[in-house]
Every structure is written in C-alpha cells, then in structure tokens.
Design a protein around this ligand. Structure first.
Ligand code: ISE
Length: 321
C-alpha cells in the first residue's frame, strides 16, 4: 500500500512531489524511491518525519505503528495522511486525539478512502436529495479473495470491517450505537472465523449489516445497498465493462482493493494535498478514526461474548466540532 501511495503522489496528484521514502526494508525503499523520483530512501521513519525538506507525511506502515508515527508528525507540526485504522484499539487512538488537542490544530486525515469513492459519494448525495425518503437499513458486502496469514477474527474486524464502520457513519450521517458479531459456518479456506455477519444499530434506529468474508477465493467484491422508504440505492463491485457472449454475462473483478478503489485513492490523495494548501481539512479526521476504533473494540468484545455490545465514548468537542 505504501508503494502504491508513493506512485499515486508521484504520478497522479498535482501540487506535491516525493522527497523521501522510508521502509524497514531499505532495498524496497530504494526501489520505490528510484521509481517515483524521491530524493532519499531511508529505513528510519522518524528521519522522514523530521526531515526539514518534508512538508507533509503519508503513513502506510503496519497498523500498530500508526499512532506513534502520527503523534511524531503532530509534534513536528506536519500534516499527515494516515492509513486506516488510526490504531488497533481506541485507547491507543486516544493518544493521537490528545496530541492534536495539545497542538491546538487538526493535522491528521485518516485514509478511509471510501469517502472519496464515486459509488459511496453518489449514494450519500442521492440519500441527501430526500427523493427516496429516510434510509432504513444498509446492506454491505466486504469480500477479499484471501486474507494474509497474520490475520485472525479480531483483525478482520479491526482492519477490514472498520471500513464499513466509517462509511456507514459517513453515508447515513449517524453514530453507531451497538454491534453484534455472528460467526457463520467457517470456510475450509479460512484460518479464522470467516465469513462473519456484523450487525450495527445506528442512533437513528437503522440497521447496518456487513457480510465480512475475507477468503472468498474468487476476487475482491465490495457492494452496498441502501434501503430507503421509497427506493433502494446500490452500487456494484466493478467499474469495468460488461461482456455478453455465448449465453454468458461477464464482468471482471479486481484481485484486491487497490484497483477497485483506484479512483478513491487518487481523489483522496489529491484532496489531502489541496487541503494542506487551503488549510481546510477534508475526509475522515483523527476523531473519526478514534470513533471507528471504539466501534471495532466493541465488535471484538461481541466476538468474544457473542452478545450485543453497546458503543460508548466520551465526546471531545472543540477541535472536532
Ligand atoms: C485492507 O487493509 C484494506 O484496507 C482493504 O480495503 C480491505 O478490503 C481489506 O479487507 C483490508 O485488509
């Protein structure tokens, strides 16, 4: 993902160029720097964050390192686009919120790229038009071809389902008030509970259900269908051409999220760069990232207890109004 972001910034975004690339594997950092025209390749991420020539930082490191790197960027006064999740737990995420409050300004944008995906933004716009009445329920499908070996059931919620947490808050303009996780019959191709059904209630009384299936084998498949009072709004998994031939209709599916959400990543990264010049933050804030981890914490609790878990956290007004 880091290499992809570097390519997007170098080739698809106006108003920024790459100065330095860091990776624990220095050979990889060097190869990405050579490919993207970055001047420096280093293995120490703090060297990039404190580099005088670096004006803004994009973090795409392992989840457990996000909070510390984001805090280092805030301390250095540098805007940061940080991949999701903000942190593996809400307690760790709160450290980033405290750092921004201490700095007295918002510097973090969370990389919830689906907020920039044309399918979801159009869905939000159509709902906002009022033409279809109120939203009643939101069906979400989140299938990956295969999960990495280090994934477990909790990681599926913290790292993958966190997207539906953020996008349902965004599309419906709601807060999620409870969560319950159901384990389905486990696929023979899975090494953890897969698939799972995750059901959220919103503070406006709607239901959001997510089929989370990370070893679906056949490809990357993300769909959404919003059920409203006088109509439904949905988008499909593919932006590609449909071919009809020999009695069959065929569309190709992306192998993973990078091609599927290529537009979303490009639009997100451009919006981030533009927001630095304009001083007007866009996308998900650190607070949105914190709320999402609060919800996934509750999801992980539900996974353990099998019960519905209420979602609660103390609001931090001020910066995040
Ligand atoms: C991955 O980290 C992503 O962010 C993808 O969008 C998601 O589909 C996948 O399940 C995550 O592991």
């Amino acid at each position: 993902m880091g290499a992809d972001h570097a390519r997007i910034i170098a080739r698809q975004v106006a108003g920024a160029h790459l100065v330095a690339v860091s990776d624990a594997d220095i050979a990889r950092a060097r190869s990405v720097a050579a490919e993207t025209g970055a001047k420096r390749a280093v293995s120490d991420p703090l060297a990039v964050i404190t580099d005088q020539e670096v004006g803004a930082v994009l973090i795409a490191s392992p989840d457990a390192t996000h909070a510390d790197f984001a805090i280092a960027c805030i301390k250095a006064g540098k805007p940061v686009l940080c991949e999701k999740p903000l942190a593996p737990t809400a307690a760790e995420g709160m450290r980033v919120i405290e750092a921004e409050i201490t700095a007295g300004r918002r510097l973090v944008q969370l990389g919830f790229m689906r907020r920039f995906d044309p399918g979801y933004t159009e869905m939000k716009g159509l709902l906002g038009s009022g033409r279809y009445g109120e939203a009643l329920a939101f069906h979400c499908v989140h299938r990956n071809a295969s999960a990495p070996p280090h994934f477990d059931s909790a990681a599926a919620i913290v790292n993958s389902c966190v997207h539906e947490v953020d996008i349902s808050r965004f599309v419906l303009s709601v807060e999620l008030s409870s969560v319950r996780v159901f384990r389905a019959k486990r696929s023979r191709h899975a090494h953890f509970d897969d698939p799972m059904l995750v059901v959220f209630e919103t503070d406006k009384g709607q239901l959001v259900d997510v089929e989370l299936f990370l070893n679906a084998q056949y490809g990357y498949d993300v769909k959404g269908e919003l059920i409203c009072e006088t109509g439904t709004i949905s988008f499909g998994p593919s932006l590609h051409t449909e071919v009809r031939s020999a009695g069959v209709t065929a569309t190709s599916l992306a192998p993973d999220w990078r091609p599927r959400f290529a537009d979303a990543y490009r639009i997100q990264n451009q919006a981030w760069i533009d927001s630095i010049s304009s001083g007007r933050p866009v996308g998900s804030s650190a607070w949105d990232g914190f709320v999402a981890t609060t919800v996934t914490d509750a999801g992980v609790r539900s996974l353990t207890t099998g019960e519905t878990v209420a979602i609660a956290y103390e609001k931090r007004p001020g910066l995040y109004q």
